[in-house]
Design a protein around this ligand. Structure first.
Ligand code: HEC
Length: 376
């Protein structure tokens, strides 16, 4: 097999050597029929030579190369950049900017790229028929992640060119602006319609769920801040699907561009009393011990305390109840600067902190009464 000819390390060295990488020819004689003479490689051959080091021979994402983020497993078929042959061909040709996924446009011929796409699709679950022009992507047994341009959550706002949708199996969709990662809205119901798989590009994704919450009128401030004043840019670093839940990770950069910590967020359904809402579970890691990190929740308009870590505010999209809790590094609700409500964290000795934010959109201010805790 080809695998025995070229070690993964050699392939990677060839790849990272930049520029034109020739299809490796060494040792092919021993296999009977040199590679160069044999014409284009088959999809499986290309895969084993160029992809398996990161994505794993079986496509399970468990390659031998250590990456700062997992390479995609192809076995589940959930492709965040589109799952049609055309969309995969574009991903394989151009790579994914800002990730270790290289582009193969100069390394592999078009025929070889199309062949390896066929192999990647074959590694996945049974093919679902897709219409290249309009495809509703539904969340099935596993969560889904889709990236692409998004229409504004509120009429009159700008289009979000780098949007991100995390669809969980509980029927909630978390809609983000991925340019400086912040949650824009939460939806409930069907997932997304995508029209940009036909190779035309430019078309926006169309989230299908009903809006259950719009964060600060659709233009929230930066989610993470140092000490509550200095905004941290949240640079999208990875997304991951763990069964029914999708997760997004970002590096938190200070104004000088230094990474101060990483932030992971996963959302899910939640209830408080008998009112339904959603939960944001946040992990901040990899910072120096004692680093103060503030997570912005809303403005303090109409702020009313309902319990030790439970408040009601009059958000731009209506009244909301927030309840926060956390583990190590969690300090509680805070109003670090005028008019802003959030959660204060201080990274523990391991340089991490976790918190859980339960958000309950209310139909009326009166609903909050039922959530008032006596005698706190
Ligand atoms: C150096 C490691 C590396 C190599 C080599 C590599 N990949 Fe990737 N690939 C990645 C990583 C990491 C990601 C995930 C990027 C992200 O979204 O964070 C990825 C993502 C992808 C995706 C996108 C999946 C989606 O969600 O849409 C496809 C398709 C893909 N790779 C195909 C290939 C193919 C085909 C090859 C070989 C021709 C290949 N990759 C080689 C690291 C690699």
């Amino acid at each position: 097999m080809l695998r025995s000819v070229l070690t993964p390390v050699a392939v990677l060295a060839a790849l990272t050597a930049c520029g034109d990488v020739e299809a490796p020819a060494g040792g092919a004689d021993a296999e009977g029929g040199g590679l160069a003479a044999a014409g284009p490689l088959s999809g499986e051959q290309v895969y084993l030579l160029y992809c398996a080091t990161c994505h794993g021979e079986a496509g399970d994402g468990q390659g031998v190369t250590e990456l700062d983020r997992p390479a995609r497993s192809f076995r589940d078929g959930g492709f965040s950049f589109g799952n049609t042959p055309e969309a995969l061909f574009r991903t394989v040709s151009s790579g994914i900017g800002g990730t270790p996924m290289p582009g193969f446009a100069t390394v592999l011929s078009e025929e070889e790229r199309r062949a390896v796409v066929g192999h990647v699709i074959a590694l996945g679950p049974e093919q679902v028929e897709v219409d290249e022009n309009a495809t509703e992507l539904a969340v099935g047994a596993r969560a889904e992640v889709v990236r692409g341009g998004l229409p504004p959550v509120v009429d009159g706002l700008d289009v979000v060119p780098r949007g991100l949708l995390l669809g969980n199996t509980d029927g909630l969709t978390f809609q983000y602006d991925a340019a400086d990662l912040r949650l824009l809205a939460v939806r409930q119901g069907p997932f997304v319609q995508r029209r940009d798989w036909g190779g035309r590009g430019g078309d926006l994704l169309e989230p299908l769920g009903l809006l259950v919450w719009i964060n600060e009128g659709g233009t929230p401030g930066p989610f993470a801040m140092l000490d509550g004043r200095t905004p941290l840019t949240a640079r999208l670093a990875w997304t991951e699907i763990d069964g029914g839940q999708a997760e997004v990770g970002a590096r938190l950069l200070d104004p000088a561009g230094t990474t101060r910590a990483t932030l992971t967020e996963r959302g899910g359904a939640a209830v408080l009393g008998d009112l339904a809402g959603f939960r944001r579970s946040i992990d901040v890691e990899g910072g120096i011990a004692g680093l103060p990190v503030f997570l912005r929740l809303s403005t303090t308009a109409g702020l009313e305390r309902l319990g030790p870590e439970r408040v009601r505010v009059d958000g731009a999209a209506g009244p909301m109840v927030f309840e926060v809790s956390g583990g190590s590094g969690f300090e509680g609700l805070a109003e670090p600067s005028d008019g802003v409500l959030g959660v204060a964290l201080r990274l523990d000795a391991e340089g991490r902190a976790t918190c859980d934010i339960v958000c309950i959109p209310l139909a009326s201010r009166e609903q909050a009464e039922t959530l008032r805790m006596e005698g706190f």
